[in-house]
Design a protein around this ligand. Structure first.
Ligand SMILES: *Cc1c(COP(=O)(O)O)cnc(C)c1O
Length: 476
């Protein structure tokens, strides 16, 4: 399997060569040259597999430059009941992404049972093991530099902690994350994890990462890498749970299943699009946004208008607070018939801070054939949905999942099962749960009191040079 860039200029690459990088050299995103297909016989065999075995089958379609026995070891080590142990009570221990049925034909797929209680663990834990394996083979090291407003940073740190050849330098906005999120990250004692709290906003953290990465000499000398949501391996790992969710929610492989996905950077739902392109019988992909509705606007109108920083608001589903969606280019590449020239022209506009409008093009007319529909949710909707799901079904959901449940309900079709992806556990967003339910969310016993553990974090001003100096000091 070779990978090409959505902007058409880069040489095609093998999986391991794009694993450690981010963007293609031409500024595009990597995608498989052709989507691997699943046969009816494969679907029949895969239906009964436990998660780790299913993951191997799916990932083998995308990864042909790691020997099968090595890949099996990495995948088996990643998807264990021990790592994904925070399933709600009473589950079969091997079932790491259980399906909860709320009402007939309406389900939640739990993806937040990993170490940081958000779905990002599903892919990031695999990335940690893949990085260690490939770096070891190549006798290389990497210094991951990232910015986080919460979920991504902790998922990256828990995936990379203790990994040979990897250091993580994670910037977060000082005092802007919840006490629980701070405790999750800053209490890690591993020698290869470095937390840096920047006395500014998340966007300033991101700007520092960009500034450091744009210093080509520094980047090469200190082997600066990233694990952000455009990383292809993360998208590939996420394809697996669409298969799992499909099998859980259907009785036979001639049925269709709809999925609803709370979306920010379009990474999660992009994996659903790819599963559908591989031949998994997904009916519709329902995209849910919060008040930051750039994607909902596109799927309704054909206009993609990235927002300014001033227009982007902080919401109670903060992991979906985006001004533009970094993985969206992957879908548009398919939508325009994989014409890299068209993508390049469109992103010339986006990169200059402008919008593009496909509404009067034949591409927009093709949207339904990709199954996409969309909707948006607000703070009031989240509160009402969390309350309703709690009162009706006794299930507590987090704010992001609530956005998806709200939008999914607007799109249910009585003949097709709907699977809502549950992307985080409520304990991560306790304030809003309090506001909705007047009670605290439950938390896994092992995480009781993590706010009281000693914390390790360097506080710094928003200054790229200071961050570079810190990296240099800690690279030995
Ligand atoms: C990251 C995240 C999302 C958004 O996922 P994308 O892949 O960026 O679309 C939704 N919910 C939670 C809890 C997240 O952490």
């Amino acid at each position: 399997m070779r990978y090409l860039s959505t902007r058409g200029h880069a040489e095609s690459q093998a999986f391991c060569d794009i694993l450690l990088g981010g963007l293609a050299p031409d500024g595009g995103l990597y995608l498989p040259e052709i989507y691997p297909q699943v046969s009816a016989a494969e679907l029949a065999e895969w239906r009964e597999l436990p998660y780790h075995a299913l993951a191997l089958r799916v990932l083998q379609k995308f990864i042909d430059d790691i020997p099968a026995c090595d890949l099996k070891t990495l995948v088996d080590r990643t998807y264990t009941a021990q790592t994904y142990r925070w399933c709600r009570a009473g589950r079969d221990a091997g079932d790491i992404t259980p399906l909860t049925t709320l009402a007939p034909g309406f389900h939640l797929l739990e993806l937040s049972n990993g170490p940081t209680l958000a779905f990002k663990d599903m892919a990031m834990q695999l990335l940690g093991n893949l990085f260690e394996y490939v770096l070891d083979k190549r006798h290389e090291t990497i210094n991951i530099l990232g910015a986080t407003s919460g979920d991504t940073g902790s998922a990256a740190e828990y995936a990379m902690r203790g990994k040979r050849g990897v250091r993580v330098f994670m910037l977060s906005p000082h005092g802007k994350m919840s006490a629980f999120q701070r405790a999750q990250m800053y209490s890690l004692a591993d020698a290869n994890i470095f937390n840096i709290a920047i006395t500014a906003m998340f966007d300033d953290c991101q700007d520092i990462v960009k500034a450091v990465s744009n210093d080509a000499a520094f980047k090469a000398r200190y082997k600066i890498g990233a694990v952000n949501s455009i990383n292809w391996a993360r998208v590939a790992a996420q394809v697996v749970y669409y298969f799992k969710g499909y099998f859980e929610a259907s009785k036979s492989n001639d049925q269709h299943v709809d999925f609803c996905v709370p979306s920010g950077n379009f990474g999660n739902i992009c994996a659903g699009h790819i599963a559908r392109m591989m031949g998994l019988p997904i009916g519709r992909l329902v995209l849910a946004t919060n008040e930051n509705d750039v994607l909902d606007e596109f799927f309704r109108t054909g206009v993609y208008r990235p927002r300014s920083t001033a227009e982007t608001c902080v919401t109670s589903s903060p992991s979906m607070d985006i001004s533009k969606a970094s993985n969206f280019e992957r879908f548009v590449f398919d939508l325009v018939g994989r014409d890299a020239d068209v993508v390049r022209e469109l992103w010339k506009e986006v990169d200059a801070g402008r919008s593009f409008d496909l509404s009067k093009t034949p591409y927009f007319a093709k949207l339904p054939q990709y199954g996409f529909v969309s909707g948006r949710s607000t703070h009031a909707d989240r509160l009402a949905t969390i309350r309703d799901v709690w009162q009706k079904y006794g299930t507590m959901i987090d704010t992001h999942t609530a956005d998806a449940v709200k939008v999914a309900r607007e799109h249910v079709d009585a003949r097709t099962p709907m699977v809502v992806l549950e992307t985080a556990q409520p304990v991560k967003f306790a304030e809003t749960i309090q506001e909705a339910l007047g009670r605290d969310p439950m938390r896994p016993a092992e995480l009781e009191g993590i706010e009281n553990l000693p914390q390790r974090v360097a506080v710094m001003p928003a200054d790229a040079e200071a961050v570079k100096a810190f990296v240099v000091r800690h690279c030995g």
